[in-house]
Write a protein that binds this ligand. Structure first.
Ligand code: SF4
Length: 690
């Protein structure tokens, strides 16, 4: 009798492909297929715990509708092609376009869900092959203002302290962050701190699941952060609660701030928070021994995004809450590699490690290290993600979109579709067919996180290893390999990488702040936080301890005036629409909606509407309604609740024909962030909607 065959079984330790907390997990692999997820208990990040998305992150990997062959559009129809044929066409079209129209005629868009190595190689290819800085990543539409604002305030555009450090805090101030849903394992740290007795203040226009954790929930009028922060700072200074020694020794610009906040002693008419409440939270924040600020897209996704971030910087420096355990200013990053995509130089004005393209010595260094002719790298500020969309047709003629779905995730979907159709040539590289693929000329099948090696950098600057568990389906290729093959077609030198580790070593060679982070050192469960300049450097979990990262070592205060949103409610569009995330979905759901469990939890989009408004408009809970803005319309289900104030609506961003049919493309002048969190809409009952 033959022996029964024993199925092969292995556990592959890797990093969750969803939010920027960067939880470690084990993929369970049986007979070459990922069949489950098991906790990795030695992880200092998540200690073996995972949220619903992490627990089900394997479910899309072997989905039958994965892209498995390159596709080329011929006579309006997509047909399968060989890799040679597809990449020859991409190389030819990009080369022709660049030769005919110059470097500003190309656009490169990089996703924050792809590993560092792939972000690095794509921006290197754009710069080396085509001498263009038109390369950007989707941090632009989530944390671009964090990069800009924190750089201006502190000299470094990154979170100052690790997630678990909230356990050392005496007060946690959460502003515009629904961590319990959007970053559940960071939310768990806050819940742990609460259990220890740490007071929590949540400032949010909505009674979110995170607000339910708070000792103090402060409802304020949407998008009035600067007015409220200025009021708080006025009372901190007025009552002598500011840290005079810290201000004197470590900062500049205090007089500008002091003068500005005097106008905001009582700004209830703007922000809607009663004066006594403002004084109360200001005192609590200023008198706590160690107070930390945690913020998220409620702060950033506005035309005042950079100023809102700088307001958080002002508050922390005013009270000396920076540069030690239990304090700091921490943006929670939405996608798994938002931090890393920026760190890798997939940005229109910096190379990896935020080395500025405008500085001649840095360009010269990069040209030498990348083996380029002297003077060939451009000094100009490239077009950002949404600027590239606006420039489709003129001057941008050809675009490469890597693992992004702009038709659903960028503001004003109708505008995005119209603009993409103006391109002469569009390449989309992804793992599933998306709404954006419809507009492409070539679609290239890439790999999921389970099919490749690399690293993701989490929101706390920790560089976490991603490990290959299974082979890709069909003819799909690892994305870094697609760029290597394309570089070969373009005849480029310096791209003959055989593995992600070789790409990472190339990155370390040109990036002083990460030079010490070898793959061997990243093997430890605690990994490393950059900056880590040498092989014997321990990494830097807490920034700005002795001095700020700015050239003069000082933090900078900014006196900031409140500015209203670009579009406010009026007689025709009387509601304010805010947008956000759900715990069960990730970005445009290309991955999470292929999980049966996650799809079951929230199969379609809905809008929260206040009870009084619903009653007045005769709208019942669960009824389909029509929302209209100046840009388009959407037909979500109504959820009637007092979690939002009268006149305010809240809708998740994940669904097609949803929030981004309505949102506004107006930009923050400093970071070019679109105003995704605030626009004016009307609400209509649909006859027969229920
Ligand atoms: Fe993944 Fe974020 Fe959930 Fe952790 S908290 S399991 S990183 S989605």
């Amino acid at each position: 009798m033959s022996k029964p065959s024993v199925p092969s079984l292995k556990y592959v330790q890797t990093t969750c492909p969803y939010c920027g907390v960067g939880c470690t997990l084990n993929l369970v692999v049986q007979d070459g297929k990922v069949t489950g997820v098991q906790p990795y208990r030695r992880s200092p990040i998540n200690e073996g715990k995972l949220c619903p998305k992490g627990m089900t992150c394997h479910e899309f990997v072997h989905s039958p509708d994965r892209l498995t062959k390159p596709l080329i559009k011929k006579d309006g129809k997509f047909v399968e092609a060989s890799w040679d044929e597809a990449l020859d066409l991409v190389a030819k079209k990009f080369k022709e376009t660049s030769d005919r129209h110059g470097p500003k005629s190309l656009g490169f868009q990089v996703s924050c869900r792809t590993p560092n190595e792939e972000c690095y190689i794509m921006q290197k290819l754009a710069r080396v092959a085509f001498q263009t800085n038109n390369v950007d990543n989707c941090a632009r539409i989530c944390h671009g203002p964090s990069v800009a604002g924190l750089s201006l305030s502190f000299g470094s555009g990154a979170a100052t302290n690790p997630f678990e450090d909230v356990l050392n805090s005496d007060l946690i101030l959460m502003w515009g962050s629904n961590a319990v849903e959007a970053h559940p394992l960071a939310g768990r740290r806050v819940a742990q701190a609460k259990k220890k007795g740490t007071p929590i203040i949540v400032i949010d226009p909505r009674y979110s699941p995170t607000a339910r954790l708070a000792d103090d929930w402060v409802r304020f009028n949407p998008s009035t952060h600067i007015a409220l922060a200025n009021s708080m700072m006025y009372w901190i200074i007025k009552e002598g609660l500011h840290d005079k020694e810290f201000i004197e020794k470590r900062t500049k610009g205090f007089d500008d701030l002091k003068k500005m906040v005097e106008k905001y002693a009582d700004a209830e008419s703007i922000h809607g928070v009663p004066l006594e409440k403002v004084k109360d939270i200001a005192r609590k924040y200023a008198t706590a021994k160690n107070a930390v600020i945690i913020y998220c897209l409620g702060i950033t996704e506005l035309t005042t995004g950079t100023d809102n971030v700088r307001s958080m910087g002002n508050l922390s420096m005013l009270t000396g809450n920076i540069g030690r355990e239990g304090v700091g200013v921490n943006p929670l990053r939405g996608q798994n590699n938002v931090q890393g995509a920026c760190d890798m130089g997939a940005y229109p004005n910096v190379y990896s490690g935020y080395q500025k393209c405008e500085v001649p010595e840095i360009r010269k260094k990069m040209e030498e290290l990348w083996g380029m002719e002297a003077g060939s790298l451009p000094d100009w500020y490239g077009s950002t993600l949404t600027e590239q969309i606006n420039e489709c047709g003129d001057p941008i003629k050809a675009m490469y979109i890597f693992a992004l779905n702009p038709v659903v995730s960028y503001p004003d979907s109708n505008h995005v579709m119209r603009q993409l159709d103006k391109l002469d040539f569009l390449v989309v590289q992804d793992i599933f067919w998306t709404e954006t693929c419809e507009h492409a000329d070539v679609v290239l099948p890439g790999c999921s996180f389970a099919e490749k090696d690399g690293t993701f950098t989490s929101g706390e600057r920790r560089i976490n290893r991603v490990r290959k568990a299974v082979d890709p389906p069909g003819d799909a290729k690892e994305d870094w390999e697609i760029f290597v093959l394309l570089a070969e077609k373009l005849g480029l030198k310096g791209f003959d990488f055989k593995s992600p580790e070789e790409i990472w070593d190339d990155l370390r060679r040109v990036t002083p702040s990460m030079a010490g982070c070898s793959y061997a050192r990243l093997e430890k469960p605690e990994s490393l936080h950059w900056p880590c300049p040498t092989e014997d450097h321990p990494g830097t979990p807490i920034l700005h301890r002795e001095k700020f990262a700015a050239a003069d070592g000082l933090g900078t205060f900014f006196g900031l005036e409140y500015r209203p949103p670009a579009e406010v409610a009026d007689a025709e569009y009387p509601f304010t629409l805010m947008t956000g995330r759900l715990i069960f979905h990730y970005h445009t759901r290309t991955q999470t909606d292929r999980s049966k469990i996650l799809h079951y939890e929230v199969p379609e989009g809905y809008v929260q509407i206040n009870t009084e408004d619903a009653k007045r408009l005769k709208i019942a809970d669960g009824e389909r309604i029509k929302l209209r803005s100046r840009r388009g319309e959407s037909l979500p289900l109504a959820r009637v609740t007092d979690d939002v104030a009268p006149g305010v609506l809240y809708m998740a961003m994940h669904f097609p024909n949803g929030a981004n049919m309505l949102t506004n493309t107006a930009l923050d002048p400093l970071s070019k962030m679109p105003e995704l969190k605030h626009c004016a809409v009307s609400v209509e009952k649909i006859e027969g909607g229920n």
